[in-house]
Design a protein around this ligand. Structure first.
Ligand SMILES: Cc1ncc(COP(=O)(O)O)c(C=O)c1O
Length: 350
């Protein structure tokens, strides 16, 4: 008979900022939300949410969608025609983690450019542009801010603007996977609208650092949102009385950003506490928002051992472990996690 180790009393979940549970205020707002049929454009709470995010991002219009993946994929479809290339930074979520959707749904081909620390060089983007004589033409440029697999790193405003110039010169639209654009704006200490200014469209998640249970908003021009509305229905994302979800989203949008700086501070504390642990590589320069990536010899084994110490983390490939701070993690949890990571590292290296 095999025996499993007793589970520790305390458990801290650092797998992602998506694991948070809606607050009592969100649940109340959801229960009391004024609703209508959103496929008919008749849900007043959804409309308020779309208008609020459009205003915050400085765009004409917004569209509430079920997920960040759908927000990105609707944008990709709405901006392009089949058979074109989409330039994106290496490690981009639209390429790595959306299940080949750009190919499967829209007939698009990714063209990745180097992105050390999540930041592409505008010259590399320019060199990647194809006029479409022998290669598929470039149809869209995508950026990710913050860049998830680079470490939750922030793309500076001047770089985002310079890549926008490249897109404009190429005559193609420019989309931001802004799942965590809120975190980027807080880290740069700029208004969200400034961060979103160079882009024709931005997809922003409500269900990550902001703490809503479900949903993202795609923003852009009114014409883009009209096209996006059609693709949302085509991709199965037309929701009916979605105001029950949008009500939580509104609280996330109005209250969530104010506390992201705490997540960032806790991620730095976590990184400082872990740095130097045996067998763990940690690049503190990349800890810019709410993520800490650890380089280890065997990520799945490390994650399993760490879970036995009461901390849940994600293995991102064979050698990287990701820890993410969020709404449901406090200073004590961070202190607990530091001890757990150091104890795990000591055990695995010994
Ligand atoms: C950078 C980035 N873009 C898009 C998404 C997709 O969001 P969702 O899980 O809501 O589809 C994620 C999710 O983790 C992400 O990290």
């Amino acid at each position: 008979m095999t025996r499993t180790a007793p589970s520790p009393l305390r458990s801290v979940d650092l797998r992602s900022d998506t694991v948070t549970r809606p607050s009592p205020a969100m649940r109340r707002a959801m229960a009391e939300a004024e609703v209508g049929d959103d496929v008919y454009g008749e849900d007043p709470t959804v409309i308020r949410l779309e208008e609020a995010v459009a205003a915050l991002t400085g765009k004409e219009a917004g569209l509430f969608v079920p997920s960040g993946t759908m927000g990105n994929q609707i944008a990709l479809a709405a901006h392009t025609t089949r058979g074109v290339e989409v330039i994106a930074p290496e490690g981009a979520h639209v390429y790595e983690y959306e299940l080949g959707a750009m190919a499967a749904l829209s007939g698009l081909m990714p063209r990745l450019v180097p992105a050390p620390g999540g930041v592409p060089d505008p010259a590399d983007v320019r060199a990647a542009v194809s006029p479409g004589v022998h290669r598929a033409p470039t149809g869209l440029v995508v950026l990710e801010n913050t860049h998830n697999v680079a470490g939750g790193t922030v793309v500076p405003l001047d770089v985002a603007a310079a890549i926008g110039e490249v897109a404009r010169d190429a005559g193609v639209p420019y989309h931001l996977d802004g799942a965590r654009a809120w975190n980027a704006a807080v880290a740069l200490d700029v208004p969200l609208a400034a961060l979103c200014a160079p882009f024709d469209s931005v997809s922003l998640c409500l269900s990550k650092g902001l703490g809503a249970p479900v949903g993202s908003v795609l923003v852009g021009s009114r014409a883009l949102v009209v096209a996006a509305h059609r693709y949302r229905k085509m991709f199965g994302g037309g929701m009916r009385q979605a105001g029950v979800l949008a009500a939580a989203g509104l609280i996330a949008v109005h209250k969530g950003m104010a506390r992201l700086a705490d997540d960032h501070r806790r991620a730095r504390t976590l990184a400082d506490g872990i740095a130097g642990a045996a067998g763990v590589a940690l690049d503190r320069a990349r800890v810019q928002t709410n993520m800490v990536y650890l380089g280890v010899a065997d990520a799945p084994a490390f994650v399993a051992a760490l879970a036995a110490h009461g901390v849940r983390a994600n293995a991102m490939g064979a050698r990287a472990v990701r820890l993410v701070t969020h709404l449901d993690v406090d200073d004590d949890d961070v202190a607990f996690a530091i001890e757990a990571v150091r104890a795990t590292a000591a055990t695995l290296v010994a």
